[in-house]
Each structure stands twice: as structure tokens, then as C-alpha cells.
Design a binder for this molecule. Structure first.
Ligand SMILES: Cc1cc2nc3c(=O)[nH]c(=O)nc-3n(C[C@H](O)[C@H](O)[C@H](O)COP(=O)(O)OP(=O)(O)OC[C@H]3O[C@@H](n4cnc5c(N)ncnc54)[C@H](O)[C@@H]3O)c2cc1C
Length: 491
């Protein structure tokens, strides 16, 4: 009889695992709390705008990249087109460093701004090449079975061995971080891709993460949510089920194994196994006091809360914007003050939708998503104790972000037609991620990475809480691994 896998959550990790299992002949049901897929990489409709909720830049579509691998297996096409330059980084001293996708242009750009760092960039590119190369083969890291160890051994090539001396090093230990502007540049790239800065980011992981522009970044027609839509359409066309407005509130266990999934609305899916597109905190909430020791121990003793995100969503008058800033890139990152920690509006990412993408905004306008890393707890404390102070902080953060943007694009405020903001509270509401924790864990050491196992044999985790962590490309790689691991388990 066909084995049935229930997938909790239609984020990119969950949908990828679901589609790949369906392709391998399993019956698949995806239960999604929201009314559209994608989670942090979703696109939401608000007052005639279609805003990207969190993620805006998609990598991993070039040959061998995770999304490319999935497209080949499923025989589907992604609605992508490349963006070059990927983005422009505005440093506190007024310099603008363009992150070209074109390798020669990027080499010339970095040599102009950071001529002393060439040795670092060469090491970074070598390590990135090793990481991206290994990710084209089954690479079940961290290994969770003897089979995983064999697969890992099989994925090693002579070139992989070049990374060995760097396995336990940080990016800071191989980069010339005594130059404050270079450090600000590097740290801001690492924060958005590895969730930590050069002092702590793993050299191997960080090198691959900051390589994103060189690997090719894309706009997605219709918004980043179209990635999830594409997977949902494929799943439905191939006999799988995706149910929206079905928030799971219980994973039922019988004799220590998952037997059924229950939703708040009373739907019950009996299944042979389940996958949670959840954070460890989200997983615990559904296990109703039956959380395995391993996960409880992890939550109580090992895991620190991850970052949250503060968001500003803007409508922009296209004509005004492009007459003020003709030919400007659609993505900008601004660092305000190199002497202060990044995040909390001191580093800001601005992403404009493709101005030619129809239906994303009222006529003559284009939607923009801006984000900054923020610590979650203060938002929750304020919201519980002092609603007015919460609103005041929200307004202050939004103003700070627009001020930061104005440093890079003077006069941009005059182009704004609409503005609304979101906090970790909004992220919890719309992605069901407890406390609005986003982005997965800081990638400090690959030896601290988390795999899909939960402590319950037929329940695996997928998404940015497992290796290799955040980004649509990262969770897709995780999804490929989880589908394989689940198929082995059920065969
Ligand atoms: C501000 C911001 C900017 C980012 N920028 C980029 C970027 O430019 N490029 C990039 O590649 N990545 C970016 N990322 C990271 C990327 O968006 C995420 O790492 C990735 O999308 C997470 O995917 P996931 O599979 O973990 O699922 P999630 O996005 O966490 O989605 C999980 C899904 O499960 C559903 N769900 C949760 N609980 C339940 C339940 N109990 N019942 C039913 N459904 C449930 C949720 O509603 C959601 O749809 C960004 C993230 C943020 C927050």
C-alpha cells in the first residue's frame, strides 16, 4: 500500500520535501495554516500591493544549484530572471560597493574598494566553490545514520580536501578585519546570509554564503511567493494535496510514532510519517507534552533564540523614483554606523520588485520590502506591557530605516506613496514561527549544525532550522535531504 506522508507547513522546505516524496511514489498531504504558501518567502496582498513578506532575492537557480536540481527532478520551470548587479552596499563613509554577479566586474569592484583583501577573496572563492560543488551531490550533514556516513564519504572529491584546514576556523580569522569599512562590508553580508558576523561565522559556511551574488541572484515574476505557488501547483497536478487555512495543533503519537495529524479546524490526516516545516519551538508546541527528551534537552539547554526581523513595506512612485535615481539597482543595503552593532536599523536591506512585473502595485507604483535584524524579546515585552510604547518603537524603527535609506538615496522619501511596518509579532502571526524567530540559527560552526531528526523515528524536521539553514536555496537543499531520508525510512 502507498505510504502516506503528512507535511506540516507550506514553506519552501516543506513543499520541496513534499514534491520530491510525491515524485518517488508516496502519498503526500500538506497542511498550511495560512491562505498562501511560502512562509518567510511568501508574497502577501495588502491594499492593492503584492509585497514580498521577507525574502526578496533568490539564488540557487544556476546549473547545479538547489532550485535547479529540483526543477530537473520534477521537470518544472521557475518563473525567474537574473538580476545584475545583485545589490549595492552603501558604507558609512559614503562609498557604494556594487555586488556584481559578473565575476570580472566583481573582481574589479572589490579591488577598487578593498585592494588589501584580495588574498581573502581568493580563499573565500575557493571555499565557496568547494561548498557549492559538494551541495550538488547527496550531502547529509550532519550525518544521522551509517548510511549518511557512506553518502558523505561518497560526496568527497580531491578538491573537497582543500577545505579541511578551514573546518574549524571563522571568517574573521581569514579576513583582514582591521579595516573598519571592510569589516562593516563583510559583517553586513554575513549577517544577512549566515545570521552572524565575521568573529563567529564559520569560514566554510560564511564563504559560501557571501558568494551568493557571484552564484546569481534572481527576481521572481509575481514575487518570491511564486516559488511556493509553482511547487503547490506541481504537487496538486501530480496527485498530492495542499490544504490552506489548516493550522495543525496536534501531532498524534501511538507507541512513540506519529499516527495522525490534527488541525484546529478538526481535520485529521492519518499517516505513516510526518515532516514538520517548523522550528524546534514550533515542533514542541504540537507534541502536547510528548516532546522527546532529545528535543526537550536541545530547547532547554542548547538553543538560543534566533534573530527576528523588523520590516517596512513601501509603495513607491516609479516615475519619481527613476527620474531621481536613473539606472539605479533595485536592491540596496545601507550600513549607517560602523562603530555600532549591525541590525536594529543600523543595517538595512531595501528590495524593490521588478518595476516591469505587472500587477504588483497600483498603476505607476512599485512595491518595496525593507528589513533589519532585530532582537525579538523587547518587542514581545513591550507589546504585553505597554502597547503605546510598542507602537512608538515601531514608528521610530520605521523612521530610522527611512533615514538610513535616504543616506543612500537622498530624496527617496518624496517617492513614497504608502508605508506600513511589521515586527516579530507580525511574523509569528503570519508564519506561525514562535516569537517571530526567523532566519534559522547562526552558522558559527558546521559541527554545531542540526539535522532533520526529532527523536521520534517517523517525524522529521525541514526548513531553515536544519542544516544548511536559511534562504530558499538552503531550505531546498534541506528539503532534498529530508525527502531522501524519509523515503529510506519508509521503504
Ligand atoms: C526578513 C527576511 C528576509 C529574507 N531574505 C531572504 C532573501 O533575500 N533570500 C533568501 O533566499 N532567503 C531570505 N530569507 C530567508 C528565507 O525566507 C527563509 O530561510 C526560508 O524561506 C524559510 O523556509 P522554511 O522552509 O523554513 O519555511 P517557513 O518560511 O518558516 O514557512 C513555514 C510555513 O509553515 C506554516 N506553518 C507553521 N506552523 C504551522 C502549523 N502549526 N500548521 C500549519 N502550517 C504551519 C507557516 O504558515 C509557513 O507557511 C529572509 C528571511 C526573512 C525573515
Amino acid at each position: 500500500m502507498t505510504k502516506h506522508v503528512a507535511v506540516i507547513g507550506a514553506g519552501i522546505g516543506g513543499l520541496t520535501a513534499a514534491a520530491l516524496l510525491l515524485k518517488q511514489g508516496f502519498q503526500v498531504t500538506v497542511l498550511e495554516a495560512h491562505v498562501y504558501p511560502g512562509g518567510c518567502a511568501g508574497t502577501f496582498y495588502h491594499k492593492k500591493y503584492r509585497f514580498d513578506a521577507g525574502a526578496t532575492l533568490a539564488g540557487g537557480f544556476s546549473a547545479g544549484g538547489p532550485h535547479h536540481q529540483v526543477a530537473q527532478i520534477l521537470d518544472l520551470e521557475w518563473p525567474t530572471h537574473p538580476v545584475d548587479p545583485a545589490w549595492v552596499v552603501h558604507l558609512p563613509d559614503g562609498r557604494a560597493v556594487t555586488q556584481w554577479a559578473d565575476a570580472d566586474q566583481w573582481r574589479a569592484e572589490r579591488q577598487e574598494h578593498f585592494p588589501f583583501a584580495e588574498k581573502f577573496w581568493q580563499t573565500q572563492e575557493m571555499l565557496a566553490d568547494v561548498s557549492w560543488d559538494i551541495s550538488t551531490r547527496p550531502f547529509p550533514w550532519p550525518p544521522e545514520s551509517v548510511g549518511d556516513l557512506f553518502r558523505l564519504a561518497g560526496s568527497v572529491r580531491p578538491a573537497t580536501l582543500k577545505s579541511l584546514p578551514y573546518l574549524t576556523r571563522t571568517i574573521g580569522s581569514i579576513a583582514p578585519t582591521d579595516d573598519p569599512m571592510f569589516k562593516a562590508f563583510l559583517d553586513s553580508q554575513l549577517l544577512i546570509s549566515a545570521q552572524t558576523t565575521s568573529e563567529r561565522a564559520s569560514a566554510l559556511y560564511g564563504s559560501a554564503a557571501v558568494d551568493l551574488p557571484r552564484r546569481g541572484v534572481n527576481h521572481i515574476s509575481g514575487g518570491i511567493g511564486a516559488l511556493g505557488d509553482t511547487l503547490v501547483e506541481w504537487i496538486r497536478q501530480n496527485g498530492g494535496e495542499v490544504h490552506y487555512r489548516q493550522e495543525v495543533d496536534q501531532i498524534e503519537l501511538k507507541n512513540g510514532s506519529v499516527s495522525a495529524i490534527h488541525t484546529k479546524k478538526g481535520m485529521q490526516i492519518n499517516c505513516d510519517a510526518a515532516i514538520g516545516n517548523l522550528t524546534p519551538w514550533g515542533m514542541k508546541n504540537l507534541l502536547n507534552g510528548q516532546t522527546p527528551k532529545k528535543l526537550t534537552n536541545e530547547l532547554e539547554h542548547k538553543l538560543d533564540p534566533t534573530w527576528g526581523a523588523f520590516m517596512v513595506y513601501l509603495g513607491i512612485d516609479k516615475q519619481k523614483f527613476f527620474s531621481k535615481f536613473p539606472g539605479t539597482a533595485t536592491h540596496h543595503q545601507v550600513i549607517v554606523d560602523e562603530t555600532k552593532p549591525l541590525g536594529e536599523t543600523n543595517s538595512v536591506f531595501f528590495s524593490m520588485a521588478d518595476p516591469d512585473d505587472p500587477g504588483r502595485a497600483p498603476d505607476g507604483e512599485v512595491p518595496v520590502t525593507m528589513s533589519t535584524h532585530t532582537e525579538i524579546s523587547q518587542w514581545w515585552q513591550l507589546r504585553e506591557r505597554d502597547k503605546e510604547a510598542y507602537e512608538a518603537r515601531k514608528n521610530r524603527y520605521a523612521e530610522n530605516m527611512l533615514d538610513a535609506l535616504s543616506k543612500a538615496l537622498p530624496g527617496v522619501k518624496e517617492c513614497i506613496t504608502f508605508c506600513t511596518a511589521g515586527t516579530p509579532v507580525s511574523f509569528q502571526r503570519f508564519t506561525r514561527r514562535p516569537q517571530g524567530m526567523v532566519g534559522g540559527f547562526a552558522q558559527e560552526s558546521i559541527f554545531k549544525a542540526r539535522g532533520p531528526k526529532t527523536g521520534i523515528e517517523n517525524l522529521l524536521m525541514v526548513g531553515d532550522s536544519i542544516f544548511p539553514g536559511q534562504s530558499t536555496a538552503g531550505v531546498t537543499l534541506g528539503g532534498i535531504r529530508v525527502a531522501r531520508q524519509m523515503a529510506n525510512l519508509l521503504d
